[in-house]
Structures are given as structure tokens and as C-alpha cells.
Write a protein that binds this ligand. Structure first.
Ligand code: ADP
Ligand code: MG
Length: 323
């Protein structure tokens, strides 16, 4: 097959994750030929970078100068290392289309940074304070109240999120953290009590909602699917659609998983944005094909009409499987 475009999935398993995201990678790899695309999984460890003003930048793959792909899908989200980010930036400079781009991945990786950007754009976010040791409990009590949510700046799958029930528990936790790592980066966030044990996860590609589901925690207050939460489709209206499109536009994201918390005053507040969202639960709950939607979006980016894609697929059937 002469594919529409060739791409890399930039991915390396992270042993720290509660659940490895192999489902998503397998789905994208399997859907690629069905959609007339070609993808290859590439680990950042297999790539070398050369930055030079005279010879131009170049990228090495497994020791040889790489035949550059047409697009890259980074799939490391909040576990993206500095090295992987540098690869993404270099590929972008070389004209490779990155879905998402390095700036969007960087923004999504830092929970305070993207909330700052969203709040500045007038989008509702939960009130959040960046922790500076020593923490003054009076200010926390006055601004956020108790219980209060404590989060690591970088984290995923619910592992860096803790609910401090009262002042004493919060101070105990913060003292413990400070004693172990005085440079620890944490935020304190207003506990959205209406959202206790449930939230809404929206998967958006290009500002369009591919699927939306309500996640309900098995126990406790964290409703992440990877923490064993159950899921059911969420019926969204035009207002939700518009706020999702606006969030995607403000953060310049092509693909994202957006977590919304229920709030009685404004309806929803954006809890966080993931640049490399898992979609196993969403595909099951909403009966949608996220991988196919991803390739449809690439069709738009590569200016391929539905007819042209159908012709390519027809031709590849005639040619038979590639060697
Ligand atoms: N401010 C909050 N109020 C109520 N529940 C929250 C709040 N922040 C997070 N949660 C719950 O904890 C879960 C994990 O938090 P989140 O910030 O999305 O971290 P992660 O990146 O680990 O998914 C959310 O899906 C939600 O159920
Ligand atoms: Mg989350």
C-alpha cells in the first residue's frame, strides 16, 4: 500500500503507571492500515538528535539518519521526559506534524500551568494554590476550606491526588512531604464536593467531542478509570460542546482527555487536561472508535478527501498485502 502518510507513535512504557497504556497503542497500530496510514512505534531511546547551525538539524533512528515521518503521535502524556520533549521539538522544527505539539504536551504536563492559561481565558477551573513551604493553614482554610485536595504538579491515573479531610491531616501530610523533599511541587485545590466520586471525561479531537462519559469511583473520591471506576455515557449539550472546543483552542491541543468536575454554581469546572488520554473505558462506554477518529482528523490535516482515501484503500486491496 502507498499510504496517505507515515507516522511514528513516540512511546516508552512507564513502570510507574498504575496501568500501562498498551490498549491505546494497539488500537492505533491496528487502525492505521484500515485507514490507509502506516505507523511505527518508536521509543525515545532509539532516537538521537543532532542540532547544528551549519548542517541543519537531524534525527537519527537506531543509529542511522532517520527517514522522517509525516506525523508523530506522542503517547507519553504526563510521563514525557525532557529528552522526549526535545525530540518532539526537533521534529516540529523539521516540519513533522505532531499531534499534539510540544507546547501542548508541556502545558498539559503541568497541572497548574494549564489551569493558569484556562483561567486567564475566562474558563472555570477549581480554585488552586501552589504550595510554598511553610504552608499557612489559615490561608488554606480561608481560601479553599476543608476538606482540601492535594495534588502533585505532574501526575496521572489518580496516583498523585490526596484528599486532606481537615487542617490537621493537611499539615501532617505537608510536613511529611517537606521532610522528604523540600522542593516537592504540589498544589492545593478546592474540593468540589458535588463531584465527590464522580466526574466527566470528554475525549476531544480537533475540538470535536468523540465521546463523553461519566466516571464513578468504586470507593473514595477519585473516579479515574485506571483506579477501577465504572463508566457510563454522558449526554452533553451545545454548551458543553462549546466549552470543550474553547478549551482545546486555548491550549492549542489536537487531541485531549478533559476532566470536568461538577459544580453547582457554574455547572462544570475543568479539573485537568491530558495530552495522551487513555480511551479503553470511553470506547466501551460510548461505543465509539477513537482510533478511527484520529485518522479522520489526520485526513483533514493532510487534505485527503473521503473519496481519495477510499481510492487508496481500494487500490491496496487489489495490490494484496505488502511484503
Ligand atoms: N478539586 C477536586 N474536587 C473533587 N474531586 C477531585 C478534585 N480534583 C480531582 N478530583 C478527583 O480525583 C481524580 C483525579 O484527579 P486529577 O486531577 O484528574 O488527577 P490525575 O491526573 O491523576 O487523573 C479526578 O478524576 C476526580 O475524580
Ligand atoms: Mg485525571
Amino acid at each position: 500500500m502507498n499510504p496517505i502518510a507515515r507516522g511514528w507513535i513516540l512511546y516508552k512504557p512507564d513502570p510507574g503507571l498504575v496501568k500501562q497504556e498498551t490498549y491505546e497503542i494497539d488500537r492505533i497500530v491496528a487502525a492505521a492500515p484500515e485507514n490507509a496510514y502506516e505507523v511505527e512505534i518508536v521509543s525515545p531511546d532509539e532516537i538521537g538528535l543532532l542540532v547544528s547551525s551549519s548542517q541543519g538539524h537531524s534525527v537519527f533512528l537506531r543509529g542511522n539518519e532517520a527517514d522522517l515521518p509525516d506525523f508523530v503521535i506522542p503517547r507519553m502524556g504526563s510521563t514525557t521526559t525532557y529528552f522526549a520533549m526535545a525530540i518532539l521539538r526537533q521534529l516540529e522544527r523539521l516540519g513533522v506534524y505532531c499531534l499534539n505539539g510540544s507546547q501542548a504536551v508541556e502545558l498539559a504536563q503541568d497541572k497548574l500551568f494549564h489551569l493558569q492559561v484556562l483561567a486567564a481565558a475566562g474558563l472555570p477551573v477549581p480554585m488552586t494554590i501552589l504550595v510554598q513551604f511553610p504552608v499557612a493553614p489559615d490561608i488554606v482554610e480561608r481560601e479553599l476550606g476543608f476538606p482540601v485536595v492535594v495534588k502533585t504538579l505532574v501526575g496521572t491515573q489518580g496516583s498523585g491526588v490526596y484528599l486532606a479531610e481537615d487542617r490537621e491531616k493537611l499539615m501532617d501530610l505537608l510536613q511529611f512531604v517537606e521532610a522528604n523533599n523540600p522542593a516537592a511541587q504540589l498544589v492545593l485545590q478546592k474540593y468540589m464536593s458535588e463531584s465527590r466520586g464522580r466526574d466527566v471525561r470528554v475525549l476531544s479531537i480537533g475540538g470535536h467531542i468523540v465521546g463523553a462519559m461519566e466516571r464513578i469511583a468504586k470507593t473514595g473520591f477519585k473516579s479515574n478509570y485506571s483506579q477501577g471506576g465504572t463508566v457510563k455515557p454522558f449526554a452533553y449539550g451545545p454548551r458543553n460542546e462549546m466549552s470543550v472546543a474553547e478549551t482545546m483552542r486555548v491550549l492549542d491541543m489536537d487531541m485531549a482527555g478533559l476532566d470536568f468536575l461538577y459544580d453547582e454554581e457554574v455547572g462544570f469546572r475543568i479539573c485537568e487536561v491530558n495530552s495522551s488520554p487513555g480511551f479503553e473505558g470511553l470506547e466501551q462506554a460510548c461505543d465509539v472508535d477513537v482510533a478511527a477518529a484520529l485518522f479522520q482528523y489526520l485526513d483533514v490535516k493532510f487534505r485527503i478527501s473521503a473519496k481519495a482515501r477510499a481510492r487508496i484503500l481500494e487500490q491496496s486491496k487489489k495490490d494484496g498485502p505488502a511484503d
